[in-house]
Write a protein that binds this ligand. Structure first.
Ligand code: 13P
Ligand code: SF4
Length: 317
């Protein structure tokens, strides 16, 4: 406990000395979330990074998140405690693949999830996150074709919500969320009939949850498809005493803090993102002491990507 306290104080002291704001995604280790100035979902953290007056941003999350902060604020120093923290979903489409897909659908509007590389964002019209994907697609005139990438499960969610039949969806997935399957969810829900189900739209089990509701196995009002930030709002409002959570397990820490009286359980407690967990307490300290790893985005790529990211942070405010 004392060592932890000394670490916390050192992190905060070094951050103040360097005029740095420390941001942590909801999937980070509990101690990283607690020491950060702000914890949140991808959209909230992008907005905070864009509005912050600090000259350095320390992004405790994965690389595309730090890159997004750099695209929005090219004059700030952006650091990530370990640049190897990638994302299997961002890796599921390259800029070349996107250019080839666009050539097959001339005139289509390209909507990319924020979980993409800067080079893919530079080929994109509007970025989105899981909390505003439906609003972003709904903002596009109904007669325009849309290319939605790279997550097939988020794409299916957007298609259900918007009812659009001119939405083309890339077949990418996040290995952590795709691994939370419908059979497991059905068994957990049957064992806890009064529980709410909080399901991230990147999950393979989102369709199964809606199927269970359609079959009457679970009351429809208990099934909530939510971004990580949306889960926190729902946790503060729920009247349920237990909630089954289908997303990366780091989320449980924030949920338990938001609603200590509710029993939150993971649908799959092995759903841990090894990239998110590369940001260790030691890595954060090294980052503050040595200024590593610094995130650079090629200035031309950043200029081409900036409008798409700006539109993302404006839609759904
Ligand atoms: P959100 O925080 O936007 O829900 O994103 C989830 C995610 O998988 C980020 O890697
Ligand atoms: Fe990427 Fe999935 Fe990890 Fe999120 S949980 S950072 S989408 S690999």
């Amino acid at each position: 406990v004392e060592a932890n306290e000394a670490w916390r104080e050192e992190v905060r002291r070094l951050a103040a000395e360097q005029d740095a704001v420390v941001l942590a995604h909801n999937y980070q280790l509990p101690e990283i979330q607690d020491v950060a100035h702000h914890a949140g979902d991808s959209l909230a953290l992008s907005r905070i990074a864009a509005e912050s007056t600090a000259s350095t941003i320390i992004f405790c999350g994965v690389h595309f998140m730090a890159e997004t902060a750099k695209i929005l604020s090219p004059d700030k120093r952006v650091l990530i405690p370990d640049e190897r923290a990638g994302c299997s979903l961002a890796d599921s489409i390259t800029a070349d693949e996107l250019r080839a897909w666009k050539a097959e659908h001339p005139g289509a509007v390209v909507v990319s999830y924020v979980n993409t590389t800067a080079a893919v964002k530079a080929e994109t019209d509007i970025c989105c996150t899981s909390s505003n994907a439906v609003d972003v697609v709904a903002s596009i005139p109904a007669d325009r074709e849309v290319l939605f990438l790279p997550d097939q499960f988020l794409g299916a969610h957007v298609q259900r919500e918007t009812g659009r039949d001119n939405l083309h969806i890339w077949a990418g997935e996040c290995h952590v969320h795709a691994g939370i399957n419908g059979t497991e969810l059905a068994a957990r829900a049957a064992a806890a009939p009064d529980a709410d189900l909080f399901i991230h739209p990147e999950c393979g089990c989102a369709t199964s949850a809606l199927y269970l509701a359609g079959e009457g196995a679970v009351p429809a009002e208990k099934v909530k498809i939510l971004s990580t930030g949306g889960m926190l709002d729902a946790a503060r409002e729920t009247s349920a005493t237990s909630v089954l959570v289908a997303t990366e397990v780091g989320m449980l820490h924030q949920l338990r803090q938001a609603a200590p009286e509710v029993d939150f359980r993971a649908v799959n407690d092995r759903a841990s993102c090894r990239y998110m967990k590369m940001i260790t307490p030691a890595a954060l300290l090294r980052c503050l002491r040595e200024g590593l790893d610094e995130v650079h985005v090629d200035p031309d790529t950043a200029d081409q990507a900036r409008n798409a990211v700006r539109r993302m942070i404006e839609i759904g405010r």
